[in-house]
Write a protein that binds this ligand. Structure first.
Ligand SMILES: Cc1ncc(COP(=O)(O)O)c(C=O)c1O
Length: 386
């Protein structure tokens, strides 16, 4: 069978590959602990499930959804942004549902890139920031996140060629995979940079609701001028334990959202409207307590893992947000992939190789905290004993 050459541009999706290996091992009777993918292990919060039950029983949700989204969803997102971030959004033009942040980010590439155009992509970063531009015929140019700058990219270092060709820029704080929070002043710099270079800044806000030690993450749209140059993709996946529901929203610049809609309405038929109603329920103030409890669980797990790693001689900075620990691989391994392969083969523990998130992730590995405490500790102990 002949496949398109487009597929040669991208490697198989890392987690799809890992899933296959884990399935094989489990089928052979091996007790594999997966600290790989960031997929919350506890159920979606009860009021969201209850809202879904009701919405599913309502026949008005059963037909093709409108791609622009249900009024209730758009208004709930706008109300949430006003309450949580102090950001005013017009629910008619500045909010649209997305079938998860992954769909949205991928389709933004198709909507904004022509051949030869550039997308500036945080490195390390969510793999779609680089795979998406390649599949769209564009070119990802990496923006290394520098630990000594608090994992901010050095925008001054972007070449004049990349500035001229860039149409998109992907940023994400709290950050996957490093766990970094947004460094002071970075969003302001991004607004100026995007404005000067006519780039659409895309802030991937997947983790603002998952923070610790009293830290409250901002929205990019809180930054003065952000709406003129950018959009934010707000995902309900992680903060609301809704990864399987495929529920997110793109918010911000109305013109950019209209272009996204133009493209998307030719590709998919929108989010199941019952999911949109459940998503609207998720954003109500009553759900805040559930998020707080969940964050207390992740904070406890974070501390357990950081302590266990420290005892094993691995120094890590406890992150103030996200569901990830980002740690250096031990000496003696050629690459993060080689180390993670070794851990999987010898300890039956899945961890993610930093190199899979971009060149700047090489030399690190990522642990996801989405596993019960005892299993997490057992996994770290197995790694320590190697
Ligand atoms: C930074 C980041 N963006 C987006 C996503 C995907 O979000 P969604 O489930 O809404 O597609 C993830 C999932 O791991 C992520 O880490």
């Amino acid at each position: 069978m002949r496949r398109s050459s487009r597929l040669d541009l991208i490697p198989p999706y890392m987690f799809a590959e890992l899933e296959r290996k884990v399935r094989e091992k489990r089928a052979a009777g091996v007790d594999v602990i997966s600290l790989g993918i960031g997929d919350p292990d506890t159920p979606t919060y009860a009021p969201i499930v209850a809202a879904m039950r009701e919405a599913v029983a309502d026949p008005s949700t059963h037909q093709y959804p409108s791609n622009r989204g249900r009024q209730e969803f758009r208004e709930a997102v706008a109300a949430f942004y006003a309450r949580r971030f102090g950001v005013e959004l017009d629910p008619e033009t500045e909010v649209m549902p997305a079938i998860g942040a992954k769909e949205c980010i991928f389709n933004l590439n198709l909507a904004f890139l022509d051949a030869g155009d550039v997308a500036l992509a945080s490195d390390p970063g969510y793999p779609v920031y680089t795979g998406g531009p390649l599949l769209a015929g564009g070119e990802p140019v990496l923006l290394p996140l520098q630990p000594e700058r608090g994992f901010a990219p050095d925008l001054e270092a972007v070449s004049s060629d990349a500035r001229e060709r860039a149409r998109l820029m992907y940023l994400n704080y709290p950050n996957n995979p490093t766990g970094a929070i947004v460094p002071d002043g970075l969003f302001e710099q991004v607004v100026a940079f995007a404005g000067q270079n006519e780039i659409l800044a895309v802030h991937d806000n997947a983790y603002s609701e998952t923070t610790f030690d009293g830290y409250v993450a901002p929205s990019f749209l809180q930054t003065r001028g952000a709406k003129e140059v950018g959009v934010e993709v707000f995902s309900l996946s992680k903060g609301y334990n809704m990864t399987g529901w495929r529920c997110a929203a793109i918010v911000g610049n109305a013109e950019a959202i209209a272009h996204y809609w133009h493209l998307k309405s030719n590709i998919d038929s929108g989010n199941f409207e019952a999911v949109q109603l459940a998503g609207a329920a998720a954003l109500a103030p009553e759900v805040d307590d559930y998020k707080r409890e969940m964050n207390a669980v992740y904070q406890r797990r974070r501390d357990l893992v950081c302590e266990a790693l420290a005892q094993a001689g691995v120094e890590v900075t406890p992150p103030k947000g996200t569901i990830y620990i980002w740690a250096p691989i031990p000496a003696g391994f050629d690459s993060s992939a080689a180390y993670c392969e070794h851990v999987l083969e010898q300890a039956a523990v899945v961890i993610s190789p930093g190199g899979a998130y971009g060149a700047s992730g090489e030399g690190y590995f990522r642990i996801s905290l989405t596993t019960p405490d005892e299993r997490l500790l057992e996994a770290v102990e197995r790694i320590r004993q190697l």
